[in-house]
Design a binder for this molecule. Structure first.
Ligand SMILES: CC(C)(COP(=O)(O)O)[C@@H](O)C(=O)NCCC(=O)O
Ligand SMILES: [Mn+2]
Length: 909
């Protein structure tokens, strides 16, 4: 190990960072300005699936950019736009009103000069792909009971959705409702309630064909939402990745009162090829007559406790308790639904309504599955998607349908279900507005987020909207008081369906099955047109960001415990970061409750929010903090660690410069690994902070640096960098350095490594978070840090100048030479996310642009290099560097121990 005594002794003079010293509120304003990734115009094709040319639509004639054309989110003036643009569509059914509405993101201030110069350097041009702008925003999904249509109208009114929504800039919200304003709607209620909408809201309802809407909604979801479709077999839900380019043809089975089977060949291209009159209405109708149930839900609920062998004739009933083995039918296979009732001398009253309900449910679901498969067979279709009010996330129904399809197709065809199946019609109606530009968006441009209420309301019907933050907090407080009334679904035991031509009765009793309208939550879809797939992924289609598989229940339990235990400390930090006021404490409590409710919900139903990985949980925590307006919980800690590290940087650089090339490279990598210990997200590291000073932690960390590291590909990396046997390799052209934590991690670890690369003629792009997460450094903070570092280092200064980093970083360099022409640039880009991990399917357009010329990637930290991307393969040389700060992860991933290090070098694949 290199001798770093001078360096460490300087560091020694810095104070301990104590827990209680986090009362600073400085930097709050800066943090408050950091919003989600930007909403720059993106591309669109002119083609549209719309069937109606009805207004309103964007009139783009004479459109011009207001202000600076190079701006990131230029305001577009539409001088000829006269109509209100509706942001709302409805599906008004007999029992439920489904509402989809769009809200726009707030503007965020942009750092014009720096962005402009960065764009020039990266060769990013403006508005290259889309002929008109689409607006970034959010798609919300809300349900009301149709009999409470007034609640729905109040909701629309309170949010001003009939006027185009409450825009953050006041856009269109103050205008009178246009006499000609319309709202698109489908479903029978579009006719029934048209007058009511006109009277109460002053808007006309424009009716859209139901089948058109269903197909448009399904196509949109299957193309745009990554984990929309799932299979459901024997109680197991599995998400299916649909290839957008290989979606068609498929069979869409809409199970409403009756059943429609629609062959879908493309956008707007479909044919109703079959159907059956035995559907949801049949179940409800017969069920009502036979059980005296008052509602569909009550009937479904009854089936949970049913045992159909009391009603159904089983193979064993015919064969004296024996299997009919010759044709593969087990004794418990249903031979004839309701068949047992003919041979018994019993009246209807003698049967339990629960048993009747279950028998009916199975009869009808099985029949639908079987007919659907026969139609799929007719047209050679392999994929069948089921939707409609009959399904409503009910585990038994889905299992029965899946069984029938699987059984009759001998496993060749797949029954799939959709997370947003209740909203197909409303979404389709929404898609029918012309030119809102949503129809050709791709999966990577949507980020689904689960707001505070999600774990509590689940898929249930919504009441009046929550207003401001204070409403949210009191709702959370009330929720905790009344929490016991909120029933969480019980995990389902496998029904054990086997046998030919029928299925066995469930091995479990009904109460273990879910009746779950709430089993699946649908979040808010954040539409972020500027997100892109990271272009250097070797195979984006098979890329899976998460390393840890949370479908393993013990893994899930472990990480849930870790996150729960970390919560009190996090709340303390968050509250302190907001000045420790009563208001901050109240928000902190509400945050803790909301996040705990999410954890509890996911513990019971891990797939409730779509496919769940550790990265999603870590991001959810950050999102939850932001929801309660904790915009940068670790800001004070970050500032202090930055200051302490900047103070010792000059000595470190001096020591590095006195070394040979070879030992310098090793020391630099050691430095990155050792400084990665400054992680406020790890329980073990937080304990270290309680016990010692920065220097003690750092010394301990450096001591662990003896090679070989637990994963040690350093020799291969050194050879690529320095060559062997006297031949000098060509330096990399551009390196992307995915930085992690503030303080020592970035300043004493990654910056010196960046400097080394710059010296070798490699352009360096520091890739940092768009939003704060734990103590991670953000892209907004980095230029100032670099500027401070550059005061002590010519290489960094010249490169930072060449990269446009110093133009607004307020540095005061006396003798700065302005000649940057000879220097390779050092740049900073935001990564597009606000999490300790990174999903490279959704990165900022800046990062995607920077990646195009990059031939080296350095991923640093546990979140970015281990929890996510450890197994990712790239099209260029990649170095993954991290210290493992968790014992269990160390054992599982690298068969090692806490504080072991990973230096994984992989040449371009
Ligand atoms: C949140 C983190 C991924 C951040 O690590 P980093 O990327 O900063 O190296 C990591 O601290 C973590 O996995 N923490 C939870 C595990 C624990 O407390 O042991
Ligand atoms: Mn981190």
């Amino acid at each position: 190990m290199a001798d770093l005594t001078t360096f460490t002794s300087v560091f020694d003079n810095n104070d301990t960072i104590k827990e209680e010293e986090q009362q600073h509120t400085q930097g709050r304003e800066a943090a408050a300005n950091i919003l989600l990734v930007d909403m720059a115009p993106a591309a669109s094709s002119a083609t549209s699936i719309h069937r109606s040319s009805s207004r309103p639509q964007l009139d783009l004639s004479g459109a011009a950019i207001q202000g600076n054309i190079e701006e990131r989110d230029p305001t577009i003036l539409l001088p000829n736009q006269s109509d209100d643009i509706s942001h709302l569509a409805l599906d008004i059914g007999g029992s439920l009103i489904k509402l989809v509405y769009f809200s726009r993101h707030e503007d965020r201030p942009t750092d014009d000069k720096r962005k402009k110069s960065l764009k020039e350097r990266l060769g990013v041009s403006n508005g290259t792909r889309r002929s008109y702008p689409i607006l970034g925003g959010r798609l919300h999904f809300v349900k009301f009971e149709t009999r409470k249509v007034n609640e729905c109208l109040d909701f629309i009114y309170s949010k001003q959705l009939h006027r185009g929504g409450i825009d953050p800039r006041g856009w269109s919200s103050e205008t009178q409702v246009n006499e000609n304003a319309i709202i698109k709607a489908t479903g029978g209620g579009a006719y029934k309630f048209a007058d009511m909408f006109k009277e109460r809201l002053g808007v006309s309802i424009e009716k859209e064909d139901e089948m058109d809407c269903l197909v448009a909604g399904a196509n949109f979801l299957l193309k745009a939402i990554r984990h929309e479709a799932f299979t459901h077999m024997e109680g197991q839900k599995k998400f299916v990745q649909i290839d957008q380019n290989d979606l068609f043809p498929y069979l869409l089975v809409n199970v409403g009162s009756g059943v429609s089977m629609i062959k879908v060949d493309g956008d707007g291209k479909f044919e109703r090829v079959s159907g059956t009159n035995v559907g949801g209405g049949t179940y409800w109708g017969l069920g009502r007559l036979l059980t005296k149930c008052k509602s569909f839900d009550e009937l479904l609920e009854l089936s949970q406790r049913g045992d159909n062998k009391e009603v159904d004739m089983l193979v064993g009933d015919i064969y004296g308790g024996m299997d009919y083995a010759k044709i593969g039918l087990s004794a418990s296979t249903i031979a004839s639904s309701f068949g047992k009732t003919i041979s018994e001398n019993k009246e209807l009253e003698d049967y339990r309504p629960e048993d009747i309900s279950l028998s009916l449910l199975r009869m009808i679901s099985y029949n639908i599955g079987q007919i659907a498969y026969l139609n799929a067979l007719r047209f050679g279709l392999k994929r069948i998607f089921f939707g409609g009010f009959f399904i409503r996330g009910h585990a038994y129904t889905m299992d029965t349908i899946s069984f029938a399809v699987h059984f009759w197709s001998k496993g060749d065809a797949k029954a799939m279900f959709l997370r947003h199946e209740g909203f197909l019609g409303a979404l389709g109606a929404f898609m029918s507005y012309e030119k809102h530009g949503l129809d050709d968006l791709m999966a990577h441009q949507f980020v689904e987020r689960f707001p505070m209420g999600a774990p509590c309301v689940g898929g249930k019907i919504h009441g009046p909207p929550l207003g401001d933050l204070s409403d949210k907090i009191s709702w959370m407080e009330k929720f905790v008081q009344k929490g016991t009334e909120i029933i969480a679904p019980v995990p389902m035991a496998p029904p054990g369906t086997t046998g030919l031509g029928g299925f066995e009765r469930p091995s479990s009793k009904g109460e273990t099955l879910r009746s779950d309208d709430a089993a699946l939550n649908v979040g808010v879809l954040h539409l972020i047109p500027t997100l892109e797939v990271f272009p250097l992924l070797a195979d984006p289609k098979t890329y899976e960001p998460n390393t840890i598989d949370l479908s393993d229940h013990s893994e899930l339990e472990y990480w849930f415990t870790v996150l729960s235990e970390h919560l009190p400390d996090l709340v303390d930090k968050a509250v302190a970061s907001e000045g420790g006021t009563d208001d901050a404490r109240r928000r902190g409590d509400a945050f803790a409750r909301a996040f705990s409710a999410h954890l509890a919900r996911l513990m019971e139903e891990p797939a409730a929010y779509g496919k769940l990985g550790l990265a999603n949980l870590l991001e959810l925590r950050e999102e939850c903090l932001r929801e309660f307006q904790f915009l940068d919980a670790y800001r004070t800690i970050k500032q202090r660690e930055n200051e302490a590290s900047l103070a010792v940087l000059p000595d470190l650089l001096m020591e590095l410069d006195s070394m040979s090339e070879e030992s310098r490279l090793l020391t630099l990598i050691e430095g990155v690994l050792a400084a990665n210990i400054f992680d406020w997200g790890s329980r073990a590291c937080v304990e270290l902070y309680h016990k010692g000073t920065i220097i003690e932690i750092y010394r301990m960390s450096r001591k662990k640096m003896q090679r070989p590291w637990r994963v040690d590909y350093f020799d291969a990396f050194r050879e690529r960098m320095l060559g062997s046997g006297g031949n000098k390799p060509v330096p990399h052209k551009r390196a992307l350095l995915f930085v992690d934590n503030s303080g020592a991690d970035v300043i004493l670890g990654m910056l010196p490594l960046a400097r080394e690369l710059l010296r070798r003629g490699t352009e360096v792009v520091l890739v940092a978070n768009s939003l704060p997460a734990l103590n991670d450094v953000t892209a907004i903070e980095l230029p100032e840090i670099v500027a401070e570092a550059a005061k002590h280092c010519d290489v960094l200064r010249k490169a930072a100048e060449a990269g446009g980093l110093l133009m607004d970083a307020m540095i005061n360099i006396q003798d700065a030479s302005r000649d940057d022409s000879s220097s390779v640039p050092l740049m900073v880009v935001e990564n597009g996310c606000g999490s300790p991990c990174i999903d490279l399917r959704q990165v900022s357009s800046e990062l995607a642009a920077a990646a195009k010329d990059a031939d080296l990637i350095i991923l640093e930290g546990m979140g970015r290099a281990l929890h996510t991307n450890y197994n990712a393969r790239f099209r260029c040389d990649t170095l993954k560097l991290a210290m493992v700060k968790n014992q269990r992860l160390a054992e599982k991933l690298v068969k090692g121990n806490i504080y072991d290090c990973v230096c994984r070098y992989e040449p371009a694949s």
